[in-house]
Write a protein of this length. Structure first.
Length: 70
C-alpha cells in the first residue's frame, strides 16, 4: 500500500495531517479523538510494509479492522 492510499484511509477515519515545517520523507498525522500523533513515511511510489502500516494504526489508536475497511 502506498502513502496516498494510507493517507486517504487515515483521512476517512478522522485523522489530520500536520503541516510540514521542514523537509524529510515522513509526514506527521494526528488523531484528534485520541490525541495521538504518528509519523508516516512518504516514499512516493514505493509501497509501505504491512508491519509499518500496522504500527502507524496502533500509534494513532485506531482499530485495524476499521482501517482495512475504510
Amino acid at each position: 500500500m502506498k502513502y496516498r492510499e494510507v493517507a486517504a484511509k487515515l483521512h476517512r477515519l478522522g485523522c489530520i495531517e500536520i503541516p510540514r515545517r521542514s523537509g524529510g520523507s515522513h509526514r506527521k498525522w494526528h488523531n484528534p479523538e485520541k490525541q495521538k500523533i504518528a509519523p508516516v513515511p512518504d516514499w512516493g511510489n514505493k509501497s509501505l510494509k504491512l508491519g509499518t502500516i500496522r504500527a502507524i494504526v496502533r500509534q494513532l489508536g485506531l482499530d485495524w479492522e476499521a482501517f482495512k475497511n475504510a
